[in-house]
Structure formats: structure tokens, C-alpha cells
Design a protein around this ligand. Structure first.
Ligand code: ZN
Length: 83
């Protein structure tokens, strides 16, 4: 096993960046591996993707308020992962 498994908390903190494709390849792979085996984080990822899709469908691309809502949502979800 070359890759150390991330904790749910680590994944939660990086999930938004992961979905935006902003992480380096190693972290992307670690999170992908975690989502494969962790149902809780998999559900979070799909919720994030749904929110992003909703924002893309309903908000102008560079709407700062929409980005702010997404950021707040991300912070709320991250607190669920506090051990
Ligand atoms: Zn997890």
C-alpha cells in the first residue's frame, strides 16, 4: 500500500477543491480512493456536485453571492466531519 488513506475529516476539508480539480494529482487520487470506499464522504461529494450543478444552472457564472453560498455550505459540511 503506497498511498496512505485520508481521514474523513481531511477529505471533507478538501472536497470542494477536489471537485473543482484544484488539487495536485496525488491528493486527487487519495480522495478518489477514499470516496470509493467511504459511503458518507461519497454522499457528501454527490451533494456538493448537485449544489454546483444547481448553481451553474441558476446563477451567472461569476456571481459572487453564489460562490459565497457554496463556500458557506462547504464550511457547514466540513463541521460534520469533526471527530
Ligand atoms: Zn469518509
Amino acid at each position: 500500500m503506497a498511498t496512505k488513506m485520508m481521514s474523513c475529516r481531511e477529505v471533507g476539508l478538501r472536497l470542494q477543491s477536489y471537485l473543482d480539480g484544484e488539487l495536485d494529482e496525488r491528493r486527487m487520487e487519495q480522495i478518489r480512493a477514499h470516496l470509493d470506499v467511504c459511503t458518507d464522504c461519497g454522499i457528501e461529494a454527490s451533494v456538493f456536485e448537485q449544489v454546483k450543478a444547481d448553481l451553474a444552472a441558476h446563477a451567472p457564472k461569476s456571481d459572487p453571492a453564489a460562490l459565497d453560498r457554496l463556500r458557506k455550505f462547504s464550511e457547514e459540511i466540513s463541521t460534520y466531519n469533526v471527530d
